[in-house]
Design a protein around this ligand. Structure first.
Ligand code: NAD
Ligand code: MG
Length: 306
């Protein structure tokens, strides 16, 4: 272990490795960040694949747009897509520029083109224009990762403001609708869409009433849209993470008292690292998964799913 990163010392270890001990148990110190949280301020740091992800050219020449691409799972997916040969447009909030610059550097190191498209997904016109701008700058668009998410824990429904409830739905599912709808005109047969859902879709925490409801909606949206677009040669799938150590969790995504044990109630006994999600997104985006349509791939440390 280096002092600043949670990463494997040698990539060779990935060939044969105990998933229980691949990473240390996250025992997070008390911390709080304003929303949106930054990877730059997270303790302990995460593995976004910067030292370990090895590409094999599976997405060579693809042109990708990722939302929430600056940090956490989105950052790990951006790094993986670039190392698999894709050019990548990154969307994130303007306040997350520091994290986005780090991801940009990783993509440039992989020798791929990177386009930065900061902006707020609660704005309808921004969502509608985002795929057009990505396609314009990348010379096309054939890979969409709808990954941005808002998660604010509240003990009681009476503590959830109307604004929080509405914003969570706007970022998590309404923006997904708007971006996907606008992206389709650019996407030829062979294109893929992967949506970030959650184990919360079918195993909701009582503190995440609004968030968990949006994830159930995302699952349903994914399965419906997948059937609509399959005949056109566009595949839609979802990835359902379990507890993953990201800035989302320390910017009020979890009740503060739960942070030190975060992820320890999984069969693997630890929280996941963002890079452990990346292969699922790569698989669902690559032509290798050509017969996988409307699927939800669970990456959750072993929790049973429906
Ligand atoms: P993260 O905080 O690193 O990423 C979430 C991103 O969403 C932010 O970086 C931000 O750029 C984006 N976002 C939020 N509000 C936005 C807005 N108004 N406009 C534009 N962008 C906005 O956290 P993460 O855990 O990597 O989350 C990525 C996805 O994974 C989310 O959809 C989340 O719901 C999902 N997920 C995470 C976990 C987990 O345990 N971390 C579990 C299940 C699902
Ligand atoms: Mg972020």
């Amino acid at each position: 272990m280096s002092t600043d990163d949670a990463h494997d010392e040698t990539t060779d270890q990935l060939v044969f490795q105990n998933p229980v001990s691949r990473y240390p148990v996250v025992e997070a110190p008390k911390q709080d960040q304003p929303e949106p949280g930054l990877d730059a301020g997270l303790e302990p740091k995460t593995d976004r694949g910067q030292h370990s992800y090895r590409g094999t050219g599976r997405l060579k020449g693809r042109r990708a747009l990722i939302t929430g691409a600056d940090s956490g799972i989105g950052a790990a997916v951006a790094i993986a897509l670039a190392r698999e040969g894709a050019d990548v447009a990154l969307n994130y909030l303007p306040d997350e520029e520091e994290d986005a610059q780090w991801v940009k550097g990783q993509i440039e190191d992989a020798g791929r083109k990177v386009v930065l498209l900061p902006g707020d997904l609660t704005e309808r016109s921004f969502c509608e224009q985002l795929p057009d701008r990505a396609a314009d700058e990348l010379g096309g668009l054939d890979l969409l990762i709808n990954n941005a998410g808002k998660q604010i824990a509240q003990d009681s429904i009476e503590d959830i403001s109307d604004e929080q409830f509405t914003d969570t739905f706007t970022v998590n599912i309404i923006a997904m609708f708007r971006i996907t709808k606008s992206a389709l005109k650019h996407m030829p047969a062979g294109s893929t869409i992967v949506n970030s859902t959650s184990i919360q879709a079918y195993s909701p925490s009582p503190t995440l009433l609004d968030y968990a409801s949006t994830k159930a909606a995302i699952n349903n949206f994914t399965k419906g849209l997948a059937q609509q677009l399959a005949p056109k040669g566009i595949r839609v799938n979802a990835v359902a993470p379990g507890p993953i150590w990201t800035p989302l969790q320390v910017s009020d995504g979890q009740p503060k008292e739960k942070l030190p044990q975060f992820g320890q109630n999984t069969p693997l006994g630890r929280a996941g690292q963002p890079t452990e999600l990346a292969p699922a997104y790569v698989f669902l985006s690559s032509p290798e998964s050509s017969y996988v349509v409307g699927e939800t791939l669970n990456v959750n440390g072993g929790r049973p799913t429906p």
